[in-house]
Write a protein that binds this ligand. Structure first.
Ligand code: FE
Length: 373
């Protein structure tokens, strides 16, 4: 069951041939794809088009896979969502990469056509692909097996050209000259999709893209783009100014954090044994194991409250509501489920003990009634 942390990344990458970890993440609210790439040997990685609201999710994955994030890259200044680049920089120290042409604040990696962004032994090549906006970039993986096209090419479509200095003639030149000129087998990963499609290829778009594939000419393409009547993206008023600050919040929300919670990729708030030990007198420690385990040789946290997981719903009135709650079990698995239940039931200050009592014991913290193995 337990896998050594150092090998998780290489195991996670095994399906992709071993040397590169690749993940496609999705924000359902805005139909935005975020891409994580990592060089397995060096653990260095890149995140492309992070979404502000998905920061906790992305950070949890990067931490669980132990990736050293080199940079957060955006394909352009988005009009439909705020980038997560600044938050990721604040959390990990990663660089913030965006087209120099955009002129956004806090960009530490101003990118130009022909630049390369390295991560370990791998790299992406930066190609300027303006037309949707004048600062659009496509990131092409070093072996040209994948390209991240932002909104220049979408699956069977392309980005609109009717605001943000968009220009259909320019987009035609970018797509034909910089994207469809890649090897036909090159996979194209778009910035968005709204109907569940996740990836395409140069060969497919050359044949099936109704706007620019088949026998379409530049005149056909421009005619099509100029005839489109699209509503303005509803988040544009907040998204553009936010992206000109690389997604730095105007005011860091003063979240009344009751504890230095980390959030797992599964979405659960978690705490370490060391923090719980140091703050035990201000907390309720809720043990959700069986009574037999609670009174058995593994021992229990002094003063903890026992409510076995199957009885939790029926006995919730026994849980004190005046103090934060830390839920524990043997490994952190049943307590994860209990934490989820308690959050759903409206407990605001509740967290799972990461690693459970087995980690607690392994780190040398005391357990009442424990009999050394
Ligand atoms: Fe866009």
């Amino acid at each position: 069951m337990a896998v050594a942390p150092a090998s998780v990344l290489s195991l996670a990458a095994a399906a992709g041939g071993g040397s590169l970890l690749f993940r496609q993440l999705f924000d359902g609210d805005t139909g935005t794809f975020t891409y994580l790439l990592a060089d397995v040997r060096s653990r260095q990685g890149l995140l492309i088009d992070a979404v502000f609201e998905q920061h906790d999710r992305d950070l949890a994955l990067i931490r669980e896979l132990d990736i050293d994030l080199v940079a957060c890259l955006d394909t352009h200044a988005h009009a439909d969502h705020v980038t997560g680049s600044w938050l990721m920089h604040a959390a990990t120290g990663s660089a913030i990469g965006l087209a120099a042409a955009v002129g956004a604040e806090y960009v530490s990696l101003p990118l130009r056509h022909g630049d390369r962004v390295r991560f370990g032994e791998r790299a992406v090549e930066v190609r300027a692909t303006p037309g949707h906006t004048d600062g659009c970039l496509t990131y092409v993986l070093d072996d040209q097996a994948m390209a991240f096209t932002g909104d220049a090419v979408l699956v069977r479509g392309c980005g609109r050209c009717d605001f943000q200095q968009g220009n259909a003639h320019t987009l035609w030149t970018s797509i034909t000259g910089q994207i469809l000129s890649l090897p036909e087998a090159c996979l194209l990963y778009p910035g968005h999709d709204y109907t569940g499609r996740s990836v395409t290829s140069v060969a497919e778009e050359k044949v099936f893209n109704a706007r620019l594939g088949g026998n379409a000419t530049e005149r056909d393409f421009v005619g099509h783009m100029e005839a489109m009547k699209l509503p303005h993206p509803h988040k544009i008023a907040e998204a553009l100014p936010g992206n000109m600050r690389s997604g730095k919040p105007r005011e860091l929300a003063a979240v009344p954090a009751w504890a230095p919670l980390t959030r797992s990729y599964a979405g659960l708030p978690e705490l370490t044994p060391a923090w719980v030990v140091a703050h035990q007198s201000d907390l309720t420690v809720l043990d959700v194991r069986s009574a037999q385990e609670f009174n058995g040789p593994d021992g229990r946290v002094a003063g903890s409250l026992l409510i076995p997981l199957p009885e939790l719903e029926g006995r919730s009135s026994e849980i004190p509501t005046d103090r934060p709650l830390v839920v524990v079990c043997h490994s952190g698995s049943r307590s994860a489920l209990a934490t989820q239940q308690l959050l759903k039931a409206g407990h605001a200050q509740v967290a799972n003990l990461h690693g459970g009592l087995s980690r607690w014991a392994a780190e040398g913290f005391p357990l009442d009634g424990a009999i050394p193995a």
